[in-house]
Design a protein around this ligand. Sequence first.
Ligand SMILES: Nc1ncnc2c1ncn2[C@@H]1O[C@H](COP(=O)(O)OP(=O)(O)OP(=O)(O)O)[C@@H](O)[C@H]1O
Length: 221
Amino acid sequence: MPVLEVQSLTKSYAERPILRGVSFSLNQGERVALLGPSGSGKTTVLNCVGGVDHPDSGTVTIASHVLGSLSADDLAHLRRRHIGTVFQFYHLLPTLSAAENIELPLQLLRVPTHERETRVRQLLERVGIAHRAVALPGQLSGGEMQRVAIARAVVHRPSLILADEPTGSLDTATGAQVLDLLAEIVQETLAALLLVTHSPDAVKHCQRVLRMQDGQIVEGA
Ligand SMILES: Nc1ncnc2c1ncn2[C@@H]1O[C@H](COP(=O)(O)OP(=O)(O)OP(=O)(O)O)[C@@H](O)[C@H]1O
């Protein structure tokens, strides 16, 4: 049973077709890169999979739940429970410390305090920023912020990680380190990874490449 199944997605903006029948699936633990020219529809696919955008037709199934058939509350719960996200611009809450940002998904899932503290402590160590636990995002470097974001993406042990250009704002060396860390952690948690990227470096961390062009997957599905 795949963790993610995407079937025949279509989507238009202002009557301009952006997705034209996108289908693919990801199995547990599989790391897949989604590549394609700028404007080919990669982020739109990721947004539909993450439930923050809605396709005009087609279905997204995550852990046996069809996103389009869920109530708003159930969709929010499924996203909290099953999905972790890493973005190019980190999307950390600026008024929360590194540790508090990592803890947030566990709070939303009402995980007991003791377990929250243990998991956050372990992940701060794992991503190499334990010494920056109380720092605010504005006091962190780009690489440190992305380490926090990676920890936050996996802290609730989701079955699917969605990453959109996670190294896009980092210099080459830092980006390579962050990518190594993301791939290792995803492997450790047995989550599936869908990684939107332009980076050839990123591709070598993935077992499969999906190539998009003009709103369609032209290779790898
Ligand atoms: N909310 C929106 N309203 C109108 N058009 C949109 C919207 N979101 C995306 N588009 C258009 O849809 C097309 C696909 O965008 P998308 O961001 O999915 O491409 P992408 O492959 O991720 O590109 P990039 O590599 O540059 O990030 C683009 O032409 C974009 O301008």
